[in-house]
Design a binder for this molecule. Structure first.
Ligand SMILES: NC(=O)c1ccc[n+]([C@@H]2O[C@H](COP(=O)([O-])OP(=O)(O)OC[C@H]3O[C@@H](n4cnc5c(N)ncnc54)[C@H](OP(=O)(O)O)[C@@H]3O)[C@@H](O)[C@H]2O)c1
Length: 258
């Protein structure tokens, strides 16, 4: 594989860093020159990462092209490029459909959507792939887990999960802020919350039940303090509001695709 990137921003930097931290990292990488600072930094860190003179030079030298520009500029950038029929185009753009990208990257016939997350830089997390593709399953499988689907609706629904990270950290920060207001030292509060929640994140590994409510119930001892928080937040509609937000993100993702 000769791997090229159109768009060298936060996500490209994470994918390249993850790739080059793996022992089997022999895939050469050619980056588009924007963002110049990020591209130069990656090229200075890894011997087989180079920066092309322009976007077309990336296409001309590579067989697999990852597209990682913002959706607002993607149409203009891609329609100015000459793709080949043998290019494998992998769009990392969260909100453009595979059909949109296929139209813009014609005559390239093989078009895959992939949704890696920034933690791929540490080879953690999971990448969504649509449709299933053995080469991308192998590539992203070395950088974390791969969840592949052949159903565009399922891909779009799964994508909604990626909208929940900031709210998760706000939840943790609410606990942190409360501890600080009650005189707990910064480092101790952070250490306790981070360590406990890391352990909780492993709880699903020990069960075959695909849902999560049984874990909530396991911790919600009847009459206990976990049951109290769960009951009070449920009564105030916090989880209904959260589910409503998931629905509106889903509609936004669907509306952004033609
Ligand atoms: N970051 C995430 O967590 C994440 C997760 C999943 C999917 N995505 C998707 O990945 C894509 C990129 O996201 P990002 O966070 O990496 O954005 P970003 O940091 O803003 O990177 C976008 C890059 O595109 C470059 N660019 C702009 N115009 C260009 C042109 N004409 N030719 C070549 N490159 C050009 C920008 O360069 P300049 O700085 O020079 O303008 C920048 O380096 C988005 O479509 C997003 O939906 C991101």
């Amino acid at each position: 594989m000769k791997l090229g990137f159109i768009g060298t921003g936060a996500l490209t930097s994470a994918v390249v860093s993850g790739l080059k931290s793996h022992t089997d990292n022999s895939v050469p990488v050619l980056l588009s020159p924007r963002n110049q600072e990020i591209a130069d930094d990656l090229a200075s860190r890894y011997a087989d990462v180079r920066v092309a003179t322009d976007n077309q030079a990336v296409l001309d030298a590579c067989d697999t092209i990852m597209v990682a520009v913002r959706p607002q500029v993607a149409r203009e950038i891609l329609s100015a490029l000459r793709f080949r029929p043998d290019h494998h185009v992998v769009s990392l753009i969260a909100t453009l459909s595979r059909e949109d990208i296929a139209g813009l990257a014609s005559p390239a016939a093989r078009v895959t959507k992939a949704l890696p997350m920034p933690m791929i830089a540490r080879r953690q997390g999971a990448t969504l792939i649509y449709p299933s593709d053995p080469d991308m399953a192998d590539f992203f499988g070395r950088l974390g887990k791969v969840i592949a689907t052949d159903d565009a609706d399922e891909f779009n629904a799964l994508s909604v999960v990626t909208a929940t990270f900031a709210a998760y950290f706000k939840y943790l920060d609410t606990v942190y802020g409360w501890l600080k207001d009650h005189g707990v030292a910064d480092a101790k509060a952070n250490d306790y919350i981070a360590t406990i929640y890391k352990a909780l994140a492993h709880a699903p590994d020990a069960t075959s039940d695909p849902g999560f409510m049984h874990l909530a119930e396991e911790y919600a001892t009847r009459g206990g303090i976990n049951e109290q928080v769960l009951r009070e937040l449920t009564a105030r509609g916090m989880f209904d509001a959260f589910a409503e937000s998931l629905g509106s993100v889903h509609l936004r993702i669907l509306a952004s695709q033609s």
